[in-house]
Ligand binder design. Structure first.
Ligand code: FAD
Length: 758
């Protein structure tokens, strides 16, 4: 399966031992936070849950919340859906957060390091303790700033606390994840409304910067006849959901037996309808003016609402409320049809004349949009407000027209999602930190390239489903509906990930093989491999020499990175095509000349590129062609049967037995030995050549074993062309090669007795 996606660059290992990803898989690319999804899913598959959660928290301080309510655009992009269904990425994130809590561990977020805390600490005010405000506060605290959050409500969390009901987001999960932010040193002042208890100008003069993250909770009116002057029957979704969140016991029975109509098609409408059922309503109908496909609410929530008994009425719109003595008696509606697309990209609903009908009800819940409550701006609307009652801010920096005041989240974007609010909080924190420290803005990253991802052909494997409370029980409880994966289920689900792209990004390599790239060579001794810092590696490979402390010792440091003799290079690109580390690039040098160049930082020193170079321009450090020729020569002299065996350095299991009729020549990877090198062994007097190679799973470089096989096959073809006996070659994939070598030796004896041609 081949798939084209837009992607950037390659994977880089940072000096601090971290791995920084420049080639995101489709799931990460769709995540507003850029979370390295493939990395944490891979770690779950390996049962490394703590590391997986740490990976999530690099970009998201709310894994328990997002694992439950995120609309998971990552899953929409998941290429597993081309096999059967996307990986349950959000469910895995939730599993990680819950697993930690079940171990009795409270979440911890990075506090300011001593270095960061000293010198930067400035004072920042954040207005609104929703996900945007809290994410921003968390980042700024980690940078060493003193942050105070001003929140109008008696509880922190914004719409997570008083909007999204507990059956989707239990409030103790929210509390615990907010406490982790407070533990970073963030102060939250509850019951403090900016515009009433303090003012924006007071904050702007008292603090070094202000972030406005007040959300969009002011309710929009329906704007139809009968709405004004209605004394009974108008129910505010915000009041209903706030009561359901803050005092669910009081919510039960509050709407006993009522017949309700909810107007709108977003999450707010769906949650209001579901909460109304739990509050005892006898019948709840959602009216939406477009069709089901255009509903902005998450499809799984719409389905859940239906399962619980909410009725849905599509393609109809309210035109008038009917009432008797101030009491609502019904909604007059008109049928709609879908017309041409409007500015939102959705088909415009068009009235069908004469299709009016009455829907009797005694309560109506308008949920047709939200906007900012501008009272916090103290009438300075011309400075702050854009069209549509939202705050105007620079889309990149989130700076408003007033210096030092930034804004983000729903207050700027309009009603959106938790993950987008968190992303805005991160962006604001980065801008505020730059503003406070006078750091210049980051340079824009290069535009994405198109990359073809080779996906493994995967067997169909059903998505593991989270258990749910039965619909019959849900109407009477605000208890959480979706249950968490068990560890075994989580691992099974994570194993479905196709790990799009060449690397699993599990970071296992960091600190293991990375930079173990320097050979310590002493006179008369076998070289020893050293793990060194990138700086030492860079100094040795650039010829600046080893650290001063090594001077005068009886050994030398040598890198085995590849290099190009530009004079010989014809720019054919075979080396670039082969290198799985993207360490070799062919570039145009002008005047019709193309030439390869090796990035010493990215090169892992396998030497496979040398084996495909047709002109001998490519060479490997230390394991040079002349060194190998010398080794082969002495090997042939030492081996009774004249067999030269090449073997991989990394696999110590690949040992020739002491009784073997052969001499072992160790290289970093057997893929390094090209047909020319193998033929040279015969020229130097070898009677047979064998490659003692790893299997695919064991190969240190992942692709060297295949290259070794291809090289040997190419030599066999050449020998056949030259009329030489290919029986003198052997590929041995065994950690106990005694018998295979004895067989090769036997074959050679036979050929020699017949006067073989070699
Ligand atoms: P908010 O969460 O609205 O927080 C703003 C905070 O600012 C509030 O606490 C408010 O009290 C405070 N504030 C306002 N004015 C002032 C003032 N003058 N002084 C001090 N404080 C002030 N998103 C999802 O991703 N998944 C879902 O399943 C989902 N379901 C939803 C269900 C409902 C019913 C609703 C209403 C929204 C839902 N959303 C969902 C959307 C999501 O909750 C919001 O997009 C997100 O919370 C916005 O974050 P925010 O920080 O910008 O604003």
């Amino acid at each position: 399966m081949r798939k084209k996606v837009e992607a950037q660059g390659s994977i880089q290992a940072g000096a601090a031992g971290d791995i920084s990803l420049l080639m995101p898989s489709p799931c990460s690319k769709e995540c507003p936070l850029g979370t390295n999804v493939k990395a944490y899913v891979s770690l779950v598959a390996a049962g490394r849950f703590t590391e997986a959660l740490a990976q999530v928290r690099l970009t998201n301080p709310f894994p328990g919340i997002c694992g439950r309510v995120c609309p998971h655009p990552c899953e929409a992009a998941c290429l597993r859906s081309e096999v059967e269904e996307p990986v349950a990425i959000a469910g895995l994130k939730r599993f990680l957060a819950d697993y930690e809590l079940r171990q009795g561990i409270m979440p911890r977020l990075a506090g300011p390091s001593a270095a960061k805390a000293s010198g930067v600490g400035r004072r920042v005010a954040v207005v609104g303790a929703g996900p945007a405000g809290l994410a921003c506060a968390s980042d700024l605290a980690a940078q060493g700033h003193a942050v105070k959050v001003f929140e109008a409500l008696p509880v922190a969390g914004g719409m997570l606390a008083v909007g999204i009901p507990a059956y989707r987001l239990p409030k103790d999960i929210l509390r615990i994840e907010i406490e982790a932010i407070e533990a970073q040193g963030v102060e939250i002042a509850l019951n403090t409304q900016v515009g009433r208890d303090t003012t924006l100008s007071a904050l702007a003069s008292e603090y070094d910067a202000v972030f406005l993250a007040a959300g969009a909770q002011a309710l929009r009116r329906l704007g139809i006849p009968g709405e004004q002057g209605l004394e009974q029957g108008l129910i505010r979704w915000a009041d209903l959901l706030r009561q359901a969140s803050l005092s669910p016991a009081e919510a039960f029975g509050a709407l006993q037996g009522r017949t309700l109509v909810v107007i709108g098609g977003g999450n707010t409408a769906v949650d209001a309808a579901r909460a109304a059922l739990r509050a005892g309503a006898g019948k709840v109908t959602i009216l939406y003016r477009r069709s089901r496909d255009e509903m902005p609410a998450f499809p799984e929530e719409v389905t859940a609402a239906e399962e619980e008994g909410v009725e849905l009425s599509f393609l109809c719109s309210p035109v008038r409320l009917t009432a008797e003595r101030g009491r609502l008696t019904g909604v007059e509606c008109v049928r709609m049809k879908l017309g041409k697309k409007d500015g939102s990209g959705r088909p415009r609903p068009v009235r069908i004349a004469g299709s009016e009908f009455l829907m009797p009800c005694d309560g109506i819940i308008p949920a047709v949009g939200q906007e900012l409550d501008p009272s916090l701006l103290q009438g300075r609307n011309e400075v702050y407000l854009a069209e549509g009652q939202l705050i105007q801010a620079d889309p990149q920096t989130l700076a408003t027209a007033q210096a030092g005041v930034f804004a983000g989240g729903d207050a700027v974007a309009g009603p959106a999602s938790v993950v987008e609010a968190i992303a805005a909080g991160h962006r604001a924190a980065a801008s505020i930190h730059r503003f406070l420290t006078g750091t210049p803005p980051e340079t824009a990253s290069p535009p994405p390239e198109e990359l073809t991802i080779e996906l493994p052909t995967a067997a169909r494997r059903a998505r593991v489903r989270q258990a749910k409370l039965p619909a019959s029980r849900r109407r009477n409880t605000f208890e959480e509906i979706e249950q968490v994966f068990t560890p075994a289920q989580a691992v099974a689900e994570a194993e479905r990930c196709l790990r799009c792209g060449p690397c699993w990004e599990c970071a296992t390599c960091v600190g293991l093989c990375d930079k173990e790239q320097l050979l310590l060579v002493a006179e008369g001794e076998a070289p020893r491999l050293l793990r060194v810092t990138p700086e030492v590696h860079g100094a040795v490979s650039s010829g600046d020499g080893a650290p001063a402390s090594w001077q005068g010792e009886a050994y030398k440091g040598r890198t085995f990175t590849a290099s190009v003799e530009e004079r010989l290079c014809r720019g054919c690109g075979l080396c670039e095509e082969l290198c799985a580390y993207h360490a070799v690039r062919v570039t145009y040098r002008g005047e019709g000349i193309f030439c390869a160049a090796v990035d010493a930082e990215a090169c892992r020193g396998c030497g496979c590129c040398v084996s495909v170079c047709p002109t001998g321009a490519m060479e490997q450090g230390y394991f040079t062609a002349s060194r190998l020729a010398a080794q082969i020569g002495s090997g042939i002299r030492g081996a009774a049967a004249g067999i030269v065996v090449f073997s991989c350095h990394w696999n110590p299991a690949l040992q020739a037995p002491s009784t073997a009729p052969a001499e072992l020549v160790r290289v970093m990877c057997t893929g390094r030995i090209g047909p020319g090198q193998l033929l040279k062994a015969f020229e130097q007097g070898a009677k047979g050549v064998a490659i003692l190679s790893c299997s695919q799973q064991d190969c240190h470089y992942g692709f060297g074993h295949g290259q070794a096989e291809a090289n040997l096959q190419r030599l066999a073809d050449i020998m056949e062309l030259l009329g030489l006996e290919r029986e003198r070659l052997a590929m041995i994939r065994s950690s106990a090669p005694g018998q295979a070598l004895a067989e090769l030796s036997g074959r050679i004896r036979m050929l020699e007795s017949r006067g073989g041609k070699r």
